[in-house]
Write a protein of this length. Structure first.
Length: 371
């Protein structure tokens, strides 16, 4: 499974119940499709004008990347929305789809991003809100062996939805609705046998915008941190942009490479994903609390130009906590938690150094460039 991590409000206001087809404005809602054992998170309806692109694909002349007001054309950024899980389940996989008002299925790359966050749980490597799921054109459909592993989501769990659509095609579409289907096993069954939880580590941690400029030639970007608990990584993958050559996750303390991922390209050379590490086949990769871990992404920019917001590097996967028990709750009074959440809610924008007035990050964020 890629990022069932490789980030639910019943309507636009917490506690409300709103369907897109009943609203004049686009909304975000959740349905429980018990027949298919799926929680369906939907967004829409949206009208997408032809050629609508987001800033990080256009360059700095159009404004600051990830600024919700600095979007070319009519790219859609619905309000960040908080949903509630309608019942207790174990999530085991996901897929997503888009249809217009005529029922025509649209290409998956119309979803620029759609992320889910649990604001009550903390991340494995940082005291920020837990990233549950990240959906984009490279993720496709992913699943875990449902008899073996599942991510427990109790009834009433808050899940914040942050998404954006764009339209890189030459045609316009009306009434577009996005549906993310989360496959589940109902609570109370004898399976899955093991609880697992999502985690992420981004080279742009600890907070702020995640894209960065790519200089000419080869460049590497990394971030180091220690986990808040011990356990095993059962599956891992990553997200990169074009021109990436690899992304790795390693135990710095032991000098041990845990996983190395590579871009997956289609026949035309377009990026379609990152290789998946099914570490559960060998009982997972041990993570120790007193060890330092590093994510590193490498790019090779063959041009002579710096590519604005051309890079990103994040690993994500599922983690099985040693000894079981409850996942640690987030300390919402923590300054980093608050800063990260304000950024996630689109109240502030910019990289970590910008958000803190050029203050250095608390953990390593290295950049080495050269030809």
């Amino acid at each position: 499974m890629r990022v069932l991590t490789c980030v639910l409000m019943l309507g636009v206001a917490a506690g409300g119940s709103l369907r897109a087809q009943d609203a004049e404005q686009p909304s975000v809602w959740i349905e429980d499709d018990a027949d298919r054992s799926e929680l369906v998170i939907a967004m829409g309806p949206f009208d997408l004008a032809a050629g609508t692109r987001f800033l990080d694909e256009l360059g700095p002349s159009t404004g600051h990347q990830h600024d919700p007001h600095a979007v070319h054309g009519a790219a859609v950024m619905p309000p960040v929305t908080t949903l509630k899980a309608p019942q207790s389940v174990y999530l085991t996989g996901f897929s997503y789809e888009l249809h217009d008002a005529d029922g025509q299925e649209l290409p998956p790359d119309f979803v620029h991003h759609l992320n889910l966050v649990n604001p009550d749980n903390r991340e494995l490597f940082l005291p920020i809100a837990q990233r549950m799921l990240a959906v984009g054109k490279e993720t496709g459909s992913q699943s875990m062996p449902g008899l073996l592993m599942g991510y427990p989501v109790p009834e009433g769990t808050s899940i914040i939805v942050n998404g954006m659509l764009h339209n890189p095609s030459g045609a316009s579409y009306e009434g577009v609705i996005v549906r993310v289907r989360l496959q589940y096993v109902p609570a109370g069954r004898l399976w899955p046998l093991f609880n697992v939880f999502p985690f992420q580590m981004d080279v742009a941690f600890p907070a702020g915008d995640k894209s960065f400029d790519l200089p000419p030639g080869v460049s590497t970007w990394s971030y180091e941190a220690q986990p808040s608990m011990e356990g095993r990584i059962m599956a891992i993958s990553g997200h990169v942009h074009d021109l990436a050559t690899s992304i790795t996750f390693e135990d710095v303390t032991d000098g041990r490479m845990i996983w190395e991922g590579f871009p997956i390209l289609d026949d035309d050379g377009a990026l379609r994903g990152v290789t998946l590490g099914r570490l559960y086949r060998t009982l997972g990769a041990k993570v120790e609390r007193d060890h330092v871990y590093r994510v590193t992404v490498t790019y090779d920019n063959p041009t002579a130009d710096t590519l604005y917001a051309g890079g990103m590097g994040v690993v994500g996967g599922v983690f099985m906590q040693e000894g079981g028990g409850m996942w640690p709750r987030a300390d919402k009074t923590d300054q980093l938690y608050a800063l990260d959440m304000r950024h996630y809610l689109r109240e502030i924008t910019g990289g970590y150094d910008v958000l803190l007035g050029d203050a250095p990050p608390p953990a390593q964020h290295d950049h080495e460039a050269g030809h």
